[in-house]
Design a protein around this ligand. Structure first.
Ligand code: NAP
Length: 292
C-alpha cells in the first residue's frame, strides 16, 4: 500500500455522493483509511456497517485530524459552517475539496472563513447523481465514465489540483477544468433549470382538482421527465440559493420562450410550433447519444 493515492480520507457528509466516492476509492485501492463525519450517528453507523467508512466522528474538527484529503459532501448551505469548524484543525499539506453543485458559493464561503481562497482548496463537482439520498443509495460505479468538473482558481496549488484529479480518475471519471462562473452558468442551464421545471410541473399538476386521475394516467414519458422531482427538496433549496444569479437568468429566458409557445398554441400558429419542435428535435438528436 506504499503507493496508495490517499492515506487518510475524511468525508464530511457520507450520503449519496460522499458514500459513492468512498466506495469507488476503496474498490480501486486508492485509499488506505476512510473517516466519515456527519450529524446523525445512526447514518454514520449504517455507513460503517455497509463498509463505506472505517471510523466516524461527529465533530468535523476531530474528523479532519491527520487527513491528507478532506472532501466536503454536505448540502451547499452547510459548507461555510463546516469550513469554519475545520479551518483550525486542518493538517499542513492536507488538500480540501468539495462536491457541491454550485461553485461560486463555495469560493465565497472559503473567502469568508480563510480570508482568501486557500491554495489547497480545489473545488469540484461530479456530474453524476440520482434522485435518491443517503449512504444507502451510494454505489461505487456512480462516477464511472461520468464527468467531474474542477474549478481551481489562479492561486490553486498545481500538485493539489493533480491529486484531486487523480482521486476522481481512480473512480473512473473523466475530469475537466473550468472557471467558477462558467461552471455555474452551464450547470444552471443543464441541471438546475431542468430540476426547477420538473418540480414546477409536478407541483402544478398535484394542485389540480383532478390530480389523482392525472397521475393515474401518467405514462412512461411523464415518469422519465419528472423523475428528478423526487430529488431531496432541502438539497435543491440550497442549490437555488447558491446559484441564484445564473439560475434566475435561465429561468427568465425559459419563461419568455414558454410564453411565446403559449401564444403560438393560442393562435394555432402551425409554423411556429413545427419550427420550434423541429429545432428542438434536431438539437437533442445531435447532442444526445443514441437519442437516449
Ligand atoms: P445526501 O445523500 O443527502 O448526503 C448529504 C450528507 O451530508 C448526509 O450524509 C448528511 O448526513 C450530511 N450532512 C447534511 N448536513 C450536514 C451538516 N450540516 N453537517 C454535517 N453533515 C451534514 O446528499 P448528496 O446527494 O450526497 O449531496 C451532497 C452534495 O453533493 C451537495 O452539496 C450536492 O449539491 C452535491 N451533489 C449532489 C448530486 C446529486 O445528484 N445528489 C450530484 C452532484 C453533486 P447527516 O444527516 O447524518 O448529517
Amino acid at each position: 500500500m506504499s503507493d496508495v493515492l490517499i492515506s487518510r480520507l475524511c468525508i464530511i457528509g457520507v450520503g449519496l455522493i460522499g458514500g459513492s466516492l468512498a466506495r469507488a476509492l476503496r474498490d480501486s485501492n486508492a485509499v488506505k483509511e476512510v473517516i466519515g463525519c456527519g450529524r446523525d450517528i445512526a447514518h454514520l453507523q449504517q455507513a460503517q456497517q455497509l463498509g463505506v467508512i472505517d471510523h466516524f466522528v461527529t465533530d468535523p474538527a476531530e474528523a479532519v485530524k491527520d487527513a491528507d484529503m478532506v472532501v466536503l459532501a454536505v448540502p451547499l448551505g452547510a459548507m461555510q459552517g463546516i469550513m469554519q469548524r475545520i479551518a483550525p484543525a486542518l493538517t499542513s499539506g492536507c488538500i480540501l475539496t468539495d462536491v457541491g453543485s454550485a461553485k461560486g458559493s463555495v469560493i465565497i464561503a472559503a473567502q469568508n472563513v480563510f480570508g482568501e481562497v486557500p491554495t489547497f482548496l480545489i473545488p469540484g463537482h461530479p456530474i453524476a447523481g440520482t434522485e435518491k439520498s443517503g449512504v444507502e443509495a451510494s454505489f461505487a460505479g456512480l462516477f464511472q465514465d461520468r464527468r467531474v468538473i474542477l474549478t481551481p482558481t489562479e492561486t490553486s496549488a498545481a500538485d493539489a489540483v493533480q491529486k484531486v484529479r487523480a482521486m476522481w480518475e481512480a473512480c473512473g471519471a473523466d475530469v475537466v477544468e473550468m472557471g467558477v462562473a462558467h461552471h455555474d452558468e452551464i450547470l444552471a442551464a443543464t441541471s438546475h433549470l431542468p430540476h426547477m421545471l420538473a418540480y414546477a410541473l409536478v407541483d402544478t399538476l398535484a394542485r389540480m382538482d383532478d390530480s389523482r386521475e392525472i397521475f393515474d394516467f401518467a405514462a412512461g414519458g411523464f415518469r422519465d421527465f419528472t423523475r428528478i422531482a423526487s430529488s431531496d427538496p432541502d438539497m435543491w433549496h440550497d442549490i437555488c440559493l447558491a446559484n441564484h444569479d445564473a439560475l434566475v437568468k435561465v429561468l427568465e429566458a425559459f419563461s419568455d420562450d414558454l410564453r411565446l409557445l403559449a401564444d403560438a398554441v393560442r393562435r394555432a400558429d402551425s409554423d411556429f410550433l413545427k419550427d420550434t419542435f423541429t429545432r428542438a428535435k434536431q438539437a437533442r438528436d445531435g447532442f444526445c447519444d443514441n437519442g437516449d
